[in-house]
Design a protein around this ligand. Structure first.
Ligand code: CO
Length: 147
């Protein structure tokens, strides 16, 4: 991503709206079928700590912690996943200005989850094949009843 124009700003704004409406705490552009390196996250209860990260690069460090994760792309499935507790984040904001910060806990987990989406990776990819098969079966059965 190297064009920081009003179109990008509007896209990021729409992503935040979609995330809040879901409701979710993070969304990657890949999930709305736009192949740009953009993620939005807000892990606050008050919807007041939004991060819009363009071209994020992560340097995870510290201990590994296990958290229960879910995903808007894998609805209603929640499974424990191991992630680094902390992560150094470098990115750009919608104006192309550099951003650098260290995230920990829930925010760190969420940012790692969203950046995985940019690489086409889902949290279920970290689970055992037994669990993964069970989940795809469940999703298939669900779509059968929906269609
Ligand atoms: Co997700």
């Amino acid at each position: 991503m190297d064009t920081f124009d009003s179109q990008l700003a509007e896209f990021a704004e729409n992503m935040l709206e979609t995330m809040y409406a879901a409701p979710g705490i993070g969304l990657a552009a890949t999930q709305v079928n736009v192949h740009k390196r953009v993620i939005v996250v807000d892990v606050s209860d008050t919807k007041s700590e939004a991060y819009t990260l363009i071209n994020p690069v992560l340097e995870p460090f510290g201990a590994k912690i296990q958290g229960e994760e879910g995903c808007l792309s894998v609805p209603e499935i929640y499974e424990p996943v191991e992630r680094f507790e902390q992560v150094n984040v470098t990115a750009q904001d919608v104006n192309g200005e550099p951003i650098e910060f260290t995230a920990s806990g829930m925010l760190a987990i969420c940012i790692q989850h969203e950046c995985d989406h940019l690489e086409g990776r889902l949290f279920v990819d970290y689970l055992s094949s037994l669990k993964r098969n069970r989940i795809s079966k469940k999703l298939r059965e669900r779509s059968k009843t929906l269609v």
